[in-house]
Design a protein around this ligand. Structure first.
Ligand code: HSE
Length: 433
């Protein structure tokens, strides 16, 4: 005697199609993994249009354009939400939980913005809201963080959690492409969407670090409170100088807790030691490094996007629910949710890389040194090439020792008032710990 577990899918895009295909073509395999004598059965899929041509042909009797055919069906006990975007996905998740269904979602935006409220609804309804696929695609990250690393006081997360931008940066670094060229190639290969704004401006990474930070630190970090800077201003020249200084450039999502319990959470391009594990992550892959008081550094890496890896994470959540292995720590985290003490960006400290063009005259370096000294900033290295960018100008790369964001911004503003400094081409933070 086995129990039939009926599943509804919301959305039939690239990820939804792969999930449906697995639940139809390999149903016996996934059912066997589910244990507890349970048998999975895909009952309905919500689509925008019944008539759309699809590469994987789902039996038409499984399709519906009416969400209520799924949300109001008492036989369906598990909902898989793969619509993406904030609405109507959030509303459907809330309705599903209130209707007593377990929910699995890949939706980073909904979990980042509304995770706290939705988790409360899930706890009150005694249902599960699982979202392994929302961060890092196929890389197991949510379950390891809340279960396998549970004994640790997590003090830092440093992550490459956007495959599109990592692909672009890899091309800029390895093939000297400029940003637009690399973005066009990413689009043509399907690594970047037609509108890549959320990826290249760092918004997607901010959603994901907000989810990880909320779980790791037991706080509710809203994405709008995270400092975000994308990769659009980086040039191939930055990559050349970074290499000369021993670095790669990566879009990092960082969450750190200091000794006083203050959190810094930010997304921005960063110079990372070229020998480091993060520097070696190439193409659309992702990597997430946790620092815990007991475990030290531990890094998870692998395919961060794409229909197959994302389906791997979604179906693992499904199997977890059917096995009854509920991650009860979600409830613990939920109880701990509190307002974080987020450090304002001006107070965050790090090292900096600056690329300036200056008038090639005596006294330029002295002037720069004076402004840095006034603002308590110490220079670490200077490169000036013997080649003129344009007649009478010089290109100057400066790296600094640790300084606050505020002191750098004040110094930069002072540079802008000096005739000898032609332009400030780049300011990139250095992450070397
Ligand atoms: N646009 C995302 C990325 C997809 O590039 O990583 C996975 O969330």
């Amino acid at each position: 005697m086995y129990s039939e577990i009926k599943v509804g899918i919301l959305g039939l895009g690239t990820v939804g199609s792969k999930v449906a295909e697995e639940l139809i073509e390999r149903n016996e395999y996934h059912s066997a993994k589910s244990g507890n004598n349970s048998h999975l059965s895909l009952k309905k899929i919500l689509v925008k249009s019944l008539n759309k041509e699809r590469s994987y042909k789902v039996p038409t009797e499984l399709l519906t354009e009416n969400e209520n055919d799924i949300l109001n069906d008492p036989d369906i006990s598990i909902i898989i939400e793969v619509i993406g975007g904030e609405e109507p996905a959030r509303t459907y998740i809330e309705k599903s939980l209130n209707a007593g269904k377990n929910v699995i979602t890949a939706n980073k935006e909904v979990i980042a913005k509304h995770g706290k409220e939705l988790k409360k609804i899930a706890v009150n309804a005694d249902k599960q809201l699982l979202f392994e696929a929302s961060v890092g695609g196929g890389i197991p990250i949510i379950q390891p963080l809340i279960n396998d690393l549970a004994a640790n006081d997590i003090t830092a997360i440093r992550a490459i959690i956007n495959g599109t931008t990592n692909y672009i940066l890899t091309k800029m670094s390895q093939e000297n492409m400029d940003f637009t060229e690399a973005l066009d190639e990413a689009k043509s290969l399907g690594y970047a969407e037609a509108d890549p704004t959320n990826d290249i401006e760092g918004i997607d990474a901010a959603y994901k670090i907000s989810i990880l930070a909320s779980l790791a630190f037991g706080v509710d970090v809203k994405p709008e409170n995270i400092y975000v800077e994308g990769i659009t201003k980086l040039t191939s020249k930055d990559f050349r100088y970074a290499k000369e200084l021993g670095y790669e450039i990566k879009l990092l999502a960082i969450a750190r807790k200091d000794f006083s319990g203050n959190l810094q959470i930010k997304v921005h391009p960063a110079l990372v030691d070229k020998e480091s594990e993060l520097a070696s992550i190439s193409g659309p892959d992702n990597a997430i490094e946790f620092t815990g008081d007991l475990v030290g550094h531990v890094t998870f890496s692998g395919p961060g996007a794409g229909p197959n890896p994302t389906t791997s994470a979604i179906l693992s959540d499904l199997i977890l629910i059917t096995r009854g292995n509920f991650p009860s720590s979600y409830k613990i985290n939920n109880d701990l949710l509190a307002t974080p003490v987020l450090l304002p960006m001006e107070s965050v400290e790090c090292r900096y890389y600056l690329l300036l063009t200056t008038i090639d005259q005596p006294g330029v370096l002295a002037k720069i040194g004076t402004i840095f000294k006034k603002n308590g900033i110490s220079i670490s290295a200077v490169i000036q090439k013997d080649t003129q960018v344009s007649k009478g100008t010089a290109e100057l790369v400066i790296t600094t020792h640790t300084a606050t964001e505020n002191s750098i911004q004040v110094a930069i503003n002072e540079f802008k008032g000096i005739d000898l400094i032609d332009s400030i081409k780049s300011i990139i933070r250095i992450e070397d710990n």
